[in-house]
Design a protein around this ligand. Structure first.
Ligand SMILES: [Zn+2]
Ligand SMILES: [Zn+2]
Length: 351
């Protein structure tokens, strides 16, 4: 939706053989003259061999980049001229294949949150906590730990006793959480998400709604895992951290917190339904994967036996009826539908 308004600058680079560093940074801050900023960044960054994806909006910046390690300090200086002191979160492992070009986009929002900027000041964020501080705060009485991720992310891993959203999107999770926490404005809130950026917005939003002691895990679960490892701290996060690259998750501990959506055996690796028109993201154990050949339901499994043209036609028919269309599903198909006989032209419902 915001895509259509976006301005884009793209630079593609040749294969850079130098040692690379991958890092990310973000900040909610009021920005102006975004197109000029985008152009000058593009020029400066590409001369430093920077690749990656960056979003600029009137509410701030969110960047994930990789660059030759020898240019790191020059890059830091350049970024700090615009965003003083902004912390770089440097990835532990170098992901050389992570980015093949430099993309800088101007968008309406950094994260789709459904909140209007005029409603509150997004720069009034909560207190940032390190992993150690977060652990200590969790041990205090009367603190409330709030998971700000989506349902499918927290089903495979989470902090002990965290309040988990039922919603499928961040946009829906915010009002849901506010409703749940009504009347507890004096309690200490501990917010966390995958990489920290959703907490930036949410902490400002909770403060705007009268919460007095709002804290957030700085750098999210990704950086928590790094700090735990480096400092030898106990981890209070169990299971997996759902991430948005090809791996889908990284294990923080060996605990398996979830079950296969089709048979309820312990299982916590997400996969997508093999029928492209469905693409439902779900949990399927190896034996169900074999039985359904990677499909989420009997309906999708039957569709997969058909020739490609038939599948495309069915998909288009589904879309005309407002059914699922290439959606990155965040919802669980009810058990009774998994094995049910359903007419092939009837879309599986999105619960
Ligand atoms: Zn199963
Ligand atoms: Zn399916």
């Amino acid at each position: 939706m915001t895509q259509s308004h976006s301005q884009t600058a793209v630079i593609t680079s040749e294969n850079d053989q130098r040692p690379m560093t991958t890092l990310s940074f973000y900040r909610y801050v009021h920005l102006r003259n975004l197109n000029e900023m985008m152009e000058s960044m593009r020029e400066q960054w590409s001369s430093l061999g920077v690749l990656g994806r960056t979003y600029l909006a009137e509410e701030g910046i969110n960047a994930q980049v990789t660059l030759p390690t020898e240019n790191l300090e020059l890059f830091r200086t350049a970024v700090h001229q615009i965003f003083p002191e902004i912390p770089f979160k440097i990835a532990l492992e170098e992901k050389s294949e992570a980015f093949t070009k430099l993309t800088i986009k101007v968008r309406k929002k950094l994260v789709a949150d459904g909140l209007t900027d005029s409603a509150f000041d997004v720069t009034q964020v909560g207190t940032h906590l390190t992993a150690r501080e977060f652990n200590e705060a969790m041990a205090e009485e009367e603190t409330i730990v709030v998971d700000l991720r989506n349902h499918y992310e927290c089903e495979v891993g989470r902090f002990d006793n965290a309040l988990l959203p039922v919603a499928n999107t961040f946009r829906d999770a915010l009002p849901e959480m506010l409703d749940t926490l009504k009347g507890q404005e004096d309690k200490k809130l501990l917010l966390y998400c995958t990489g920290g950026i959703r907490c930036e917005k949410a902490s400002a939003w909770f403060k705007f709604h009268g919460f007095k002691d709002v804290n957030q895990l700085h750098g999210g679960i990704i950086d928590y895992a790094r700090q735990i490892k480096e400092e030898g701290l106990p981890t209070l996060y169990r299971g997996k951290n759902f991430v948005f690259d090809k791996r889908l998750n990284e294990a923080i501990t060996d605990d398996v917190l979830a079950t296969c959506h089709q048979c309820d055996n312990a299982w916590d690796n997400h996969s997508n339904c093999r029928f492209e028109g469905c693409n439902r993201l779900f949990l399927q154990c190896p034996s169900c994967k074999e039985e359904f050949e990677g499909c989420c339901s009997k309906t999708c499994h039957e569709i997969m036996q058909k020739p490609k043209e038939t599948r495309v036609a069915l998909q288009q028919e589904w879309e005309r009826k407002g059914g699922p269309k290439h959606y990155w599903s965040k919802t669980r198909l009810p058990k009774e539908l998994v094995r049910a006989e359903r007419p092939l032209d009837e879309p599986l419902p999105v619960p």
